[in-house]
Design a protein around this ligand. Structure first.
Ligand SMILES: [Mg+2]
Length: 276
């Protein structure tokens, strides 16, 4: 086995739920770099948020932002996928939804610093990057309005409304898997296995397209909905970054074992096995 690329969610997967990076996760990133395996984050964060996190992680790869809206290239250039709906258009659609449903809905862009910091747990200094959105609009509205808003969505452009932990997300018809295909084109080298790691149901499509799917548990265990949707996934034995690092160590060891010379007792006298 050879690892071709690791596609990974960030929050709760490579990162702790509070966004911290533990030393084991940094060590696993360094081991992947030493083995020549690129790591591409695929996240709901904005491209601006990705920029500082990737610098902190020492990654210079292309990455997927805002739930598969597009690719942030290593030089900072933003590429939107065809299915992404630009922010200005989403804001126009929101104004129309408000008028037609009467829903008391506000977008993340309309929240003051104090309210946004309280809702997201972000420091005030991190708020500009959270507001630097390209093609997803998080909404604050009681979940009892979800059905009415969904029914009032225009049919063109194609849109999705996705209920997350804190927000209802208005976006184009894309998910993390859409951008993963583009990241594989850009970053993966040669033959081998595509690994994908995630912790939540919005990672299911991403994990499904990988050769090796990995579910990273939370402190209360693996997300049952994600495990149900990706039953073939390997489940890490520890939560969050520790689990991520553990699975990466296992996969690198399995790849090394496959590459190691076959011993004389294995029936061959000399030489390494050919790479598959
Ligand atoms: Mg996550």
């Amino acid at each position: 086995m050879r690892l071709r690329v690791v596609l990974t969610d960030l929050d709760g997967t490579l990162l702790e739920p509070d966004g911290a990076v533990i030393p084991e996760a940094i060590g696993a990133l360094q081991a992947l770099a030493a083995a020549g395996v690129p790591v591409c984050p695929v996240t709901s964060k904005t491209a601006a948020e990705l920029a500082s996190i990737m610098a902190h992680l020492g990654l210079t790869t292309p990455a997927g932002f805002e739930n598969g809206a597009g690719v942030r290239h290593p030089d900072g250039r933003i590429e939107l996928l065809a299915s992404a709906v630009p922010l200005l258009d989403l804001e126009g659609i929101l104004a129309d939804l408000r008028r037609r449903t009467g829903a008391p809905v506000r977008s993340l862009m309309e929240l003051g610093d104090g309210e946004l910091a309280a809702l997201t747990g972000l420091d005030t200094a991190a708020l500009p990057a959270a507001r630097a959105r390209s093609a997803t609009l998080p909404l604050v509205v009681d979940a009892s309005w979800d059905g009415a808003l969904l029914a009032a969505l225009p049919t063109q452009p194609r849109l999705r409304l996705i209920r997350g932990n804190r927000f209802l997300h208005l976006q184009g018809d894309h998910c993390k898997a859409n951008v993963a295909t583009r990241l594989i084109e850009l970053a993966a080298r040669g033959e081998g296995e595509v690994v994908a790691c995630g912790d939540a149901p919005n990672d299911a499509e991403l994990l499904t397209l990988a050769d090796l799917a990995v579910v990273i548990p939370g402190f209360e265990g693996a997300n049952p909905e994600l495990v149900r949707r990706v039953p073939v996934a390997r489940i890490a034995s520890r939560p969050h970054g520790a689990g991520w690092a553990g699975v990466i160590a296992e996969l690198l060891a399995e790849a090394r074992a496959d590459d190691a010379p076959v011993s004389a007792s294995g029936g061959q006298e000399t030489g390494g096995r050919q790479r598959e």
